[in-house]
Ligand binder design. Sequence first.
Ligand code: B1M
Length: 813
Amino acid sequence: MSLLERMRTGPLFLDGGTGTLLQARGLPPGEAPEVWGRKHPDVITAIHRAYFDAGSDLVAANTFGCSPLRYDPETLEALVTCAVDCAKRAREESGGDREKFVALDIGPSGKLLKPYGPLPFEEAVEAFAKVVRLGAALGVDCIFIETMNDSAETRAALLAAKENAACPVLVSNAYGADGKLMTGADPETMVAMLEGLGADAIGVNCSLGPDSLLAVVRRYLAAASVPVLMKPNAGLPRVENGATVYPMDAAAFAGLMAPLVGEGLRILGGCCGTTPAFIRALREATAGMTPPPLTEKTDTLVASGSRCVRLGGKPVLIGERINPTGKKRFKQALVEGDIPYILGEGIAQEERGADMLDVNVGIPDVDEAALLPRVVEELQAITALPLQLDTANPEAMARALRVYNGKAMVNSVNGREEVMDAVFPLVKKYGGTVVALTLDEHGIPDTAQGRLAIAKRILARAEAYGIRKKDLVFDPLTMAVSTDGRAAQITLEAVRLIRRETGCATVLGVSNISFGLPAREVLGQSFFLMALEAGLSAAIMNPRSDAMMGAYHSFLALTGQDEHCADYVDFASALPAARPGTASAARTEKPASAEGEKDLRRTVVRGLRDRARQLVEAALEAGDDPMRLVNEEIIPALDDVGRGFEAKTLFLPQLMMSAEAAEAAFSALRSRAGKGGGAGKTRCRIVLATVKGDVHDIGKNIVRLLLENYGYQVTDLGRDVAPETVVQAVRELHAPICGLSALMTTTVPAMEETIQCLHREAPWCRIMVGGAVLTASYAERIHADAYAKDAMAAVRCAERLEQEAAEAAKQAE
Ligand code: B1M
């Protein structure tokens, strides 16, 4: 039986942890397992063999850390070759009748992808691809991508595997206790994305113990049509007498995992803290069990990198404003490459309740194939809403789909053969839910039955391309009622027919109905309501229009989809006095708040870099006080984001985008301070650093800005700075003052260590410390000379320390 069949039948047993076993056999702290493994191939082979003997069907080679980002090409090839050889040798030595498989193991690159980190998406794909090509050439049976906690990186690895190897690919993510990846994705989002890209099995590993992962695995089982895997730790580790201890033994572990086979779990193994005994126990506990047959799930899903939207339940709103049709200002923004304007339109629609954003940047004067992927990358950095890639240009679509992190809505295909041949292969490769327009080479049928016939033809062609029915959403086309009195009725009838006859979801761009007529929203909202009543799954509409949003909220309340009318009340209480539908479009349309955003604090919270810079420049121009901007706008914004992060309403990506917006605001402040700054007097040298292990430098940068403004000569060593580097700089510059910053409880010990080194090796130097987690008494306890609660206090401390240092030097003379 092939590995694919084995996975689909199940249960298939993976191996368990290797790190702890390697440490027990002599892997020294700090040495990479793959490097040590090359020196001790017999030990690695023996561990794999022990797993095969204990009942593992599939063992992962010791290639988890093998990446061209860590090793030169020759070393990489030697490491991968050695690791795969060990696993194959173990399989041979284990012998027996049971078929056994060897996987190329792929772990995270260790770098965050852009825009949150330094690694460009294509470089990540190429880095994974290099390892995949080596593994494929060595004849591995499958590729196992594991312990990924970022959706974008998972996607890069899977794309690399699919493009460079023909064998099955298993993908496993590491979830936090909140049931989400580090960058915010929940299980359904990952299922949508990974199945779309063609993963052969998906699931979870590492993270926590099996008990804490039950809920996540059950969500996978409910959403996935491919086999699900689970490879958890032996519980949450704790440190006892300096050693890492796992709380769960093999029997308890297997006892928790085994019942999941009855619920559909097909691929089982263990991660950190588990041993061959755990695999043996798993086999025994599941003896005679077979999972229920795999079923194809039918939900139509669209996802971003962190959020998933389902079509077919509560109606979905797709914001139509990122589209040049009929919008002079938007066209100008496209021609000028005014990305902040476009982002503003996105944010304004999100704030008004859109579930997804349509993105159309096609006008004759712009290079759409270059601009669409750029806008997609910028938008997905600042919003978690899934995007609808709206283009008739196949090259633009291909390039946007490649960079899109998630499972996009692809708008559109239609019944014309050449269009289907161009679009379906892209949807098949990258995954996507495709909007199919019911028109073909003969035009748009003027009957609902005619549109249904085209829908059926498109369905058949999509299936031939391997695209599942659930990944098609039909758009029976809204025609202007001013030119044909039957237009609305035909479209509404087509919505009903397509829904009933194909079971597929439907979408309409509702605004077109009123083309050519006055007070367009009056007609628009009525048509929207009628379409919702006909069973429309999603509408491309203007969420900034009170009239349209009023129709939507009324529909939900009137159809019992808004418990206690809570959403309706929220919406209505924010309405202006004018009733929806009675005012003109101009009066009922909310401004694109983010585009015209005047509030620096909100701009930083939203992570809008360019806008933050512009606002600071404008404020300074108008004579605003730079320290007011820092203390009353930027720092409170970062506090808002920090609170959201703590409450798990915001995730690392948003934290990072806000940090970047704050950094942009500070750089505008710095360049202004550079122009007019300085208090006239030149003061002493200060060495500044954020301590080892800590990458937070925004606060330290403010401190530097102010110190420089007061005439101090600051040598900024940056962040994550080792004690020896600080000492070396202080000694070389003979600096009288050193300033250290630390933002996390976990990095305060590094601050203490740096202080000790400085006292020992640069005893003349006075040390000032700061950072949100510090207090004056704690600073005293770790023997700092001064503590500053904020940047202004840092200047006052520096003045005092400078004076003390001068007096000490005088006394020494
Ligand atoms: Co992170 N982060 N972060 N973060 N981050 C905090 C600090 C956190 C409190 C958020 C939270 O959970 N609520 C939490 C720490 C919890 C703890 O203590 N253990 C946290 C965490 C957990 C993390 C990560 C582990 C998240 C993860 O990856 N899962 C990770 C850590 C990475 C690492 O360091 N190894 C991480 C990463 C990041 C980003 C990269 C995304 C980004 C930093 C970007 C950057 O700095 N370039 C970031 C941010 C922005 C924050 C918050 C939201 C804001 C920090 C900030 O810039 N504040 C923060 C929550 C919060 O504090 N509200 C949070 C504004 C700044 C002006 O204040 O730095 O205090 P502050 O500086 C003040 C004063 O303290 C003083 O003056 C400044 C001006 O008034 N001061 C000094 C500071 N240094 C001084 C030095 C002096 C004198 C005064 O003399 C030398």
